[in-house]
Design a protein around this ligand. Structure first.
Ligand code: NAD
Length: 502
């Protein structure tokens, strides 16, 4: 393991400024391609979180009063700055997460699309107005900010996931406390600085680093009105239950096990390309990665041969060196994924390609595990049941469309899924019958565009609203309906009955 660099201190950004206090605890940040500790991140105490939340509550009150014209100008400026600095942010992601540079740039670009959507906030917040709902009575609706919202994000999309929420929350007039993953915290800080540069008043956007202690403090803080969480299912459930018990509005997006159903009429070359891209992109550390390939017989043998051929050409290595796939995020996670591979072998699945052995184009201390393919996987095996979150693709053979659909619908997760077929009728049936929140038809990673909303079903999401799009605007605002009558003497008189319209 190379330890030549001095770790950089990564601290909180509070009220537009770096925190200058002394942390009680810190966490290590690695370069996963070398195994070196490159950063030391401050982990916030509960007391510090309470202080930040109180300050953010003050900032939220005046930001909610900022005109839409002013808010929009800040949003456009942020969009421009993010676009100018996207390469810098992508480089920070590759350095701490390990994903290859192109992929890191891709996630910043998808996040940028949410900032572009939020630039339309005057239109998005338009309410309805009814003149003369009753005699001389007008009714209209308005949407108002919530106050302080907490955004708690996972390691796998250090820029895109915060961007799913932050621009819309700010556009709606809220203050934000972002608690990014402590594994790769630098992209969040870099983006938060851009808000200050864009003219956002100090205190509206804050970044607090930390682990369970900081998260618990946010979930229970009387100053936090809402929580947007993305992470694994057990933590998502815990966040939902704890924060709702403390009176907060919560959307908690959880883990996934995404299936790709391949019908016998599909073009198997296109399917093989899609399966490799969606199974191994970002080393499988995507909540929309395909981890189960459900092949309707008789196509499995032919499809596996094509996938294997493509896997032989993939280069796993340092994300800055033009490789196809980078390392896993930590040594512990790499070991966990390797443990699943071993469990698959022991359970009797056929290991077609073993990614544990390399070769790897990078420092030998890196957290390496190459693309891995299993055949003859069955629903009882842990490699099928559990979210592995690594470059492991499992082929499950089924006799029919119905058997494939039943398998997908029996799975406790419901984030994304895809069908590959040339039969429009079958695709249409699938989109209607499958119990999953995001569906691709010949599209392996159906991440919705920013003006639609992102979210799964079942154990992949706790709460009622999905991320971004109009669900985002609804989540970050409260609706109010005003019934108004401008009085004149003819409106006088006593009547204790329930108001009726006339
Ligand atoms: P994680 O659940 O370990 O961590 C997510 C966040 O929760 C982090 O900020 C972390 O600091 C915090 N956290 C961790 N343990 C906690 C605890 N005990 N109490 C309170 N807070 C805690 O997830 P991760 O490993 O960072 O990310 C990978 C997971 O996220 C995968 O399961 C993946 O499917 C999921 N994910 C889901 C989506 C989606 O849209 N549904 C998107 C991206 C990632």
């Amino acid at each position: 393991m190379s330890m030549s660099t001095v770790p950089t201190r990564i601290t909180h950004l509070i009220g537009g400024h770096d925190w200058t206090g002394v942390p009680e605890r810190t966490g290590e940040v690695y370069n996963p391609a070398s195994g070196a500790v490159t950063g030391q991140v401050d982990l916030a105490s509960a007391e510090l979180v309470a202080e930040v939340a109180a300050k953010a509550a003050t900032a939220a009150r005046s930001w909610a009063d900022a005109s839409l014209a002013r808010r929009t100008r800040v949003l456009f400026a942020f969009r421009e700055l993010l676009n100018q600095r996207k390469e810098e942010i992508a480089a920070l992601i590759t350095a701490e997460h390990g994903k290859v540079l192109d992929d890191a740039l891709g996630e910043v670009t998808r996040g940028l699309e949410v900032a572009e959507f939020a630039c339309g906030i005057p239109h998005l917040l338009q309410g309805g107005h009814t003149e003369g709902a009753s005699t001389n009575v007008d009714v209209y609706s308005i949407r108002q900010a919530l106050g302080v919202v907490a955004v708690i994000s996972p390691f796998n999309f250090p820029a895109m996931v915060p961007l799913w929420f932050v621009p819309i929350a700010i556009a709606c007039g809220n203050a934000v406390i972002l608690k990014p993953s402590e594994k790769d915290p630098s992209a969040a800080v870099a983006m938060a600085r851009l808000w200050t540069e864009a003219g956002l008043p100090d205190g509206v956007m804050n970044v607090v680093h930390g682990d369970k202690e900081a998260v618990d403090a946010l979930l229970t803080s009387p100053d936090v009105a809402a929580v947007s969480f993305v992470g694994s299912t057990p933590i998502a459930r815990y966040v939902y239950e704890t924060a709702t018990a403390h009176g907060k509005r919560v959307q908690a997006l959880g883990g996934a096990k995404n299936h790709m159903l391949v019908l016998p009429d599909a073009d198997l070359d296109l399917v093989a390309d899609a399966a490799v891209n969606a199974g191994f992109g970002s080393a499988g550390e995507r909540c929309m990665a395909i981890s189960a390939l459900v092949a309707v017989e008789p196509v499995a043998d032919q499809l596996i041969a094509k996938i294997k051929e493509r896997m032989a050409g993939l280069r796993t290595g340092d994300g800055t060196k033009g490789c196809d796939m980078g390392p896993l995020v930590t040594a512990a996670h790499r070991d966990k994924v390797a443990g699943y591979v071993q469990a698959g072998v022991e359970a009797g699945a056929t290991l077609v390609v073993d990614g544990r052995t390399g070769p790897f184009d990078g420092d030998e201390g890196g957290f390496w595990l190459g693309p891995t393919l299993f055949d003859h996987v069955t629903p009882e095996m842990s490699i099928y049941r559990e979210e592995i979150f690594g470059p492991v693709l499992s082929v499950v053979r089924v006799p029919s469309y119905d058997a494939g659909l039943d398998l997908i619908n029996a799975n406790p997760y419901g984030n994304g899924t895809a069908i590959f077929t040339n039969d429009g009728g079958a695709a249409r049936r699938f989109q209607h019958e499958v119990q999953v929140g995001m569906v691709g038809i010949n599209v392996p990673i159906p991440v919705p565009v920013a003006y639609y909303s992102f979210g799964g079903w079942k154990h992949s999401l706790f709460g009622d609203t999905h991320a971004h799009g109009m669900d985002g605007v609804r989540f970050f605002t409260r609706g109010k309906v005003v019934t108004s009558r401008w009085l004149d003497p003819s409106h006088g008189g006593l009547n204790l009955g329930f108001p009726q319209n006339a």
